[in-house]
Design a protein around this ligand. Structure first.
Ligand code: GNR
Ligand code: NI
Length: 166
């Protein structure tokens, strides 16, 4: 397995729109393992392929405390959503930055698991937020896009400066 580099805002590659996976191959199996390892090491509760500069519709999530419940979502689509909820979000691609985002508080998502089985999952709370956050990445969208332009510009400045020092 391998740890992958995570792209950071304002890297334009985070704006790439991911393509559907047509067929799951052994390359995807290895990618999923590397994404899980990278997410756990970060540590984070989710990771979208976009963040590691792979532009396919692939997400991993684990909101458990003890790394015991990994989800692999291939070609995820929200098929219905309801309610609204505000939550403080962070992102591995926007380090040390947090902001309140309003999203649906429950979603029904369909996807392929790592074996290609078609799954329908009803999620609420943190899992629902995380699924929406990760699907946004696949569309080139970041949580900072929901903040005011003023806040986003401040965050951009801070991170550009930080990245210059690295
Ligand atoms: O680790 C993460 N925590 C988190 C907290 C609140 C809302 C969303 C997230 S996802 C984030 C990992 C990440 O950046 N995934 O893309
Ligand atoms: Ni993120």
């Amino acid at each position: 397995m391998a740890l992958l580099d995570i792209l950071c805002f304002p890297d334009e590659r985070l704006r790439t729109i991911a393509k559907r996976v047509e067929k799951i191959t052994s390359k995807h199996q290895r990618l999923l393992d590397d994404m899980l390892e990278t997410m756990y090491a970060a540590p984070g509760i989710g990771l979208a392929a976009t963040q590691i500069n792979v532009h396919e519709r692939i997400i991993v999530i684990d909101i458990s405390e003890d790394k015991s419940n990994p989800y692999c979502l291939i070609n995820p689509e929200v098929i219905s959503h309801s309610g609204k909820e505000k939550m403080e979000e962070g992102c591995l691609s926007v380090p040390e930055t947090y902001g309140e985002v309003e999203r649906a508080d429950s979603v029904v998502v369909k996807y392929w698991d790592r074996k290609g089985n078609e799954i329908r999952l009803e999620a609420d709370g943190l899992l629902a937020v995380c699924i929406q956050h990760e699907i946004d990445h696949l569309q080139g969208k970041l949580f900072v896009d929901y903040l005011s332009k003023l806040k986003r510009d401040r965050i951009r400045k801070k991170l550009v400066k930080q990245q210059r020092l690295m």
